[in-house]
Design a protein around this ligand. Structure first.
Ligand code: ASN
Length: 302
């Protein structure tokens, strides 16, 4: 079996995409960290995790149990709190999604996230950074990969900045609980969505308790979520309280001890490489953009 022209064109675009994203962060003086796959604790992905994943992956090694990385948020916060003002990592994530997730066309149980964090940044700083990345990287790719996009019959639309901003409450009111794809279908360019009750590390708006200074970026045309991120909570008592609420205080005890009194304000986010590629090439299912796809529910050999 050899790969057809379309598969090769997609891999060519992927190569250009990875190259240019890395250059983008390098030129803005980010420190690139090496990915980490095993830690004592990882992003719990709450409140989503119980709903969407079968379990958190674990291995046993020399009498210790280690979690497989679901995201490197805890490492990013450690890094910025220890003097690395801007960090980025091309981070493989293992999220053992339920088999039903294969039908979304955008879930893999192993994928790569470009995960970045900026010390003392606010959400608006991150919006401008990501919008610059989109304009620069997509603009460049559409030029250097003109032939490949021609073969795939796809033209990338380069948005202008600032992108539209909604709140999750607006969208829920307009489209109901399953707003993500409906809102995505209604837009021509990526857009921001603010305020989710989500991870323990997201910062609550001090002016509006119960509201959160976090965000998602959503692709248009029904492609759905591109990125999630937020400003970070630095109040360790609030973090403890939230972990207690989800019954996980004990699991994160060593992490909390390590970070006690050290957390500094920061903001960041992470976007999946495969999802960006899927949107850029216009693939129906994310499996089409990986040579070794990990589709929920499917057995793998290689
Ligand atoms: N990378 C995301 C963030 O920075 C976290 C995630 O992937 N769940 O907030």
């Amino acid at each position: 079996m050899s790969l057809d022209g379309k598969r090769k064109a997609i891999l060519r675009i992927q190569s250009a995409l990875l190259y240019k994203i890395r250059e983008f962060f390098y030129s803005r003086k980010f420190y690139e960290l090496m990915p980490v796959l095993l830690s004592k604790c990882t992003d719990p992905l709450m409140p989503d995790s119980n709903g969407s994943i079968v379990k958190v992956g674990e291995i046993e090694y020399l009498g210790e149990r280690y979690k497989l990385t679901q995201s490197m948020i805890l490492h990013k916060q450690f890094a910025v709190s220890n003097g690395l003002d801007k960090v980025v990592v091309f981070s493989p994530n293992i999220r053992l999604e339920r088999p039903e997730r294969s039908s979304t066309g955008r879930h893999l149980f192993e994928f790569t996230q470009v995960d970045f964090e900026v010390a003392h940044a606010r959400k608006e700083d991150i919006f401008r950074l990501v919008e610059d990345l989109i304009k620069e990287v997509w603009g460049w790719i559409s030029r250097v990969c003109r032939d490949e996009f021609g073969l795939l019959n796809r033209r990338i639309r380069i948005p202008t900045s600032p992108l539209k901003v909604y709140t999750s409450h607006d969208l829920m009111e307009r489209y109901g609980k399953d707003w993500e794809i409906k809102a995505s279908l209604a837009e021509k360019h990526p857009f921001w969505v603010l305020c989710f009750r989500r991870e323990f590390y997201d910062r609550e708006d001090p002016a509006r308790p119960g509201h959160f200074l976090n965000y998602d970026l959503i692709y248009p045309e029904g492609y759905g979520e591109a990125l999630s991120g937020g400003e970070r909570e630095t109040d360790i008592d609030k973090i403890r309280k939230r972990l207690k609420e989800i019954g996980k205080e004990k699991e994160y005890q060593e992490y909390l001890d390590l970070m006690e009194g050290k957390l500094i304000p920061s903001a960041g986010g992470g976007f999946g490489v495969e999802r960006m590629l899927r949107y850029l090439v216009g693939a129906k299912h994310i499996r089409e953009v990986r040579l070794f796809p990990r589709v929920p529910g499917e057995r793998i050999i290689l």
